[in-house]
Design a protein around this ligand. Structure first.
Ligand SMILES: NC(=O)c1ccc[n+]([C@@H]2O[C@H](COP(=O)([O-])OP(=O)(O)OC[C@H]3O[C@@H](n4cnc5c(N)ncnc54)[C@H](OP(=O)(O)O)[C@@H]3O)[C@@H](O)[C@H]2O)c1
Length: 263
């Protein structure tokens, strides 16, 4: 999709990949709706944009699906129809399955899966009648393979692939594009914000995260993939290779991934 001048709704725009996407997209003269829970931080992000006057802040809690219709109407009130939805907001996990309460699994799914598909169901009908629109979903390389201490997180990202790959097939006739992004380790606050076995913040910048690729590099690569209407894109270092190793040799994948430090 040619993104120039388009109206783009980004969730998780207060931090990391979402913030970096907002900053990059603003250079394209896009109208941006910045969503997350922390509106004070979103306002700071807005002031970092090339065209702050072309951006609006919209508070959104991805666990509150009862608010989605009202949020969608509000989002359209700023600049008109939504051309692109970026389902980016998410949380990770740093807990073993046998220690984490079921509430932790549910919380991860509420944000990462039901939040993304709930907002998608809001924008779809109008995109279908216009026969135009692009939905971007930020999955993960662990949406392609399992990983220790990420059971619910990995499962929520696998679920996104099931939903959005099916949607790609359903919407091909309507000219709608869906790009599923599979980042590896990106240097953001995701490990700080990840939840532990009790649902509390992990609060640690994990070494693996600190060594990840910068969020602005990730954002540029996402935008490049969207411009080419890619259905799926991998962004990361060696960890992204594990997805291909798993396809070639599941036994070799198991040998390597069970020995990788999960933090
Ligand atoms: N960083 C990586 O290595 C990596 C790798 C693969 C995939 N990803 C994916 O990339 C996406 C962005 O993550 P990030 O790395 O940029 O992490 P981040 O810096 O922790 O940002 C997460 C964003 O999600 C928002 N968020 C969290 N819970 C929310 C909720 N209940 N309602 C609304 N917004 C919520 C946060 O905003 P508020 O706290 O203000 O609500 C924040 O803006 C996630 O989907 C993540 O799974 C990241």
């Amino acid at each position: 999709m040619n993104l120039k001048g388009k109206t783009i709704w980004i969730t998780g725009a207060s931090s990391g990949i979402g913030e970096a996407l907002a900053i990059e997209l603003s250079k394209n003269e896009n109208n941006l709706i910045l969503s997350a829970r922390r509106t004070d931080v979103l306002s700071e992000v807005k002031e970092k944009l090339k065209y702050p006057e072309r951006a609006a802040v919209l508070q959104l809690d991805l666990t509150d699906s009862s608010s989605f219709l009202e949020k969608y109407e509000k989002a359209k009130s700023f600049f008109g129809s939504i051309d692109v939805l970026v389902n980016n907001g998410g949380i990770s996990q740093r807990a073993f399955a046998h220690e984490a309460s079921l509430d932790v699994d549910r919380k991860v799914f509420e944000v990462n899966y039901f939040g993304a598909i709930g907002l998608t169901k809001m924008v779809l009908p109008e995109m279908m009648s216009r026969k135009s629109g692009h939905i971007i979903v930020i999955s993960s390389v662990v949406g392609k393979f399992g990983f220790p201490m990420r059971t619910a997180y990995s499962a929520s990202k696998h679920a996104l692939h099931g939903f959005f790959e099916s949607l790609q097939l359903e919407q091909a006739k309507n000219n709608l594009n869906i790009t599923i992004v599979c980042p590896g380790r990106i240097k953001t606050n995701i490990s700080l914000n990840a939840i532990d076995k009790d649902g509390k913040k992990h609060g640690v910048m994990d070494p693996g995260q600190a060594g990840g690729i910068p969020a602005d590099v990730c954002a540029k690569r996402i935008i490049s993939a969207v411009k080419k209407n890619k259905r799926e894109v991998f962004i990361g270092g060696m960890e992204a290779l594990l997805a291909f190793i798993k396809r070639l040799s599941p036994a070799m994948f198991h040998f390597i991934a069970s020995r990788v430090n999960p933090t």
